[in-house]
Every structure is written in C-alpha cells, then in structure tokens.
Write a new protein. Structure first.
Length: 318
C-alpha cells in the first residue's frame, strides 16, 4: 500500500507535468480548439476607443456682457424742479425774492389776497438794458442728463477645432517603438510575478520562466495593412502573423510554439487573439486621435491561473 509521502510525490509530479504541458503549448491539436472571438470579452469592450496622450483643459465660454448699462458716478435720481410760474404768490421763496431785488427785477406783491404774479426775469424794466442773471437756485436744481456707459462688446467665442476623422485600420499601418520607459518595464515584471504566484510553489520557477518568455515587450512592432489583410511583426526575431481582419483564424508561430491567431476590428480598435491548448492571449491595439501614439493592452488567460495577467504598453510611431 503506497505511503502518504508516495501519494504526495505523485500528485506533485502530475501537477508539474500538467503545468509544463499547458504553459509550453506543445500540443498540436489546435484545430480541435473552439474558436474564441475576442470582441466578446467585456475586458476588450471596456478599453477606450481613443487614448489621448494628454487632455487639454476645457475652454470656458465667455460670460455674456451685462445688458444693464452702467450709470455714471452721480446715479442718484434728481428731483423734478418746481415750476415757479405755477407757485402761488404767498409761497415765493424769500431767498429767490431777495435775489430778484438785487437783479432789479420786479417782485410780486403779496399784499393783495388772491392776486398771483409771476416772478420772471422778463418783468425787469426793458429800458434798463440789463440782462437778468441766472437764478442760482434754479441753476442748482436743473436736471442733469445722465449718459449710460457703453457696454463692452462680448468677446467672440473661440472657433472649435475640427474633430479628427474616426480611426480606421489603415491608420495602424506603420512601425511603432516602445516608449513606456522603466515604469512600464516594471509593470510587466510585476505582471509576470503575479501570474507565477498563482501556481503551486514547486512549479513557480517553471511558470515564471514560461511567462517571461511570452509576456515581453516587443520592440519594434510593425503593422502592415493592405486592404483587409494584416501582417504583424514583433521585434527582430522574425515572429509574425498574417491574416485577414474579421476573417477566419489562422495558424501561426510565436517563440517556437504554435497558436491559432485571429484579428478583429471594432470601434477603431485592432484586436488580436492567440489560442494555445490551455491559454489564450488577447492583445488590443489602440491609436490616439493624432495617430502618433499607440497603446497596446495585453491579457493572458490560462487554465492554471485563477486570475488573468494583464498589462499595457505605450508605443510611438517611428
């Protein structure tokens, strides 16, 4: 009867062998794998169609000018002056009467009740050839006509730049160099370690080596688009894939292993998938609206991993 230690050794051996098979993708029965459509993955759907290298601050619309005209400093309303010709004789202002006497004008008499007279400069003796002076009280109470201040003309709204045309697959044609720097290099290293930590301790070294082989930064990435035909070339090792966009899957080789490859186009994104016997890698290419920056999103799903390994890299058009 086998001992407990023997059973444990067999279990470890079986697990390690299964991991080696799944991670190395050494099976050749790729045709038996069901085709995976990458656009059905919610992770792909959540990726933005355009990723700008930098967003400009929003432009605020100019504030409309206040339609109420601004008043001059003396904006208090001026009382309407009383017409002295309508005032009764017994209500004549004594100050006004005294001024009229000094000017030589006739002063209305208030001795006769009910007799109303007019205190006017024209009542002076015409033969005196004297011009009646301006009544200082009347001049002081003369209405001042206020001129409204001119309202400033509203500033013209800045012209909106024309929206760039939608991204097409032809826009991806070209060569792109990695520009993510050491920060993104560390992100890839962290993603590899995240995947390795998900397997049993005895197999982590093997898993880490396998992940390091395939989860790498390819530089450069060359994309050739001819009609609906796509050719992807990674790095300088000669690894490539040729297929028809939105066409059937094709068999391709990467780092010496065989995969089923496929390319799809949706919402301006170029979506590729690579199927192995026990793992699927999805790579989504996204161009910025200026066509100069390309963000490449990576996702690895494997039977031996409880959670997918994901990271993204930034490339600049050469």
């Amino acid at each position: 009867m086998p001992s407990m230690a023997s059973k444990l050794a067999r279990l470890v051996s079986s697990t390690t062998f299964g991991l080696l098979v799944s991670l190395s993708a050494c099976k050749t029965d790729l045709e038996d794998l069901p085709d995976v459509d990458p656009v059905d993955d919610p992770w792909v759907e959540a990726i933005a169609s355009e990723e700008e290298p930098g967003a400009a601050a929003p432009t605020l619309a100019p504030t409309a000018a206040d339609p109420t005209p601004a008043l001059a400093m003396n904006d208090a309303p001026v009382p309407e002056p009383l017409d002295p010709t309508l005032a009764p004789a017994d209500t004549v202002d004594p100050d006004t009467t005294e001024a009229a006497k000094l000017a030589g004008a006739s002063v209305p008499s208030s001795n006769k009740a009910g007799e109303a007279t007019k205190a006017s400069p024209t009542s002076a003796d015409p033969s005196s050839n004297q011009v009646a002076p301006l009544d200082p009280v009347a001049a002081e109470s003369a209405p001042v006509e206020l001129q409204p201040a001119a309202a400033p003309a509203p500033a013209a709204a800045p012209a909106k730049p024309a929206a760039p045309p939608p991204i097409t697959m032809a826009d991806y044609d070209g060569t792109f160099r990695f520009s993510g720097g050491s920060k993104q290099e560390q992100l890839v290293a962290d993603a590899i370690e995240f995947g390795a930590e998900q397997v049993v301790a005895i197999a982590r070294g093997i898993a880490r080596k396998r992940l390091t082989k395939t989860q790498i930064i390819e530089d450069p990435v060359t994309i050739t688009i001819t009609g609906d035909n796509l050719k992807l070339e990674w790095g300088t090792s000669g690894d490539s894939m040729s297929c028809v966009i939105d066409g059937p899957t094709t068999t391709m080789s990467y780092k010496g292993d065989k995969y089923k490859g496929r390319a799809r186009a949706k919402d301006g994104k170029l979506i590729t998938s690579f199927q192995g016997p026990d793992a699927t890698k999805t790579v989504v290419y996204v161009l910025s609206s200026d066509r100069k920056t390309m963000t490449v999103h990576h996702k690895l799903v494997a039977d031996q991993l409880q959670e997918p390994v994901t990271f993204k890299l930034t490339y600049t058009r050469k």
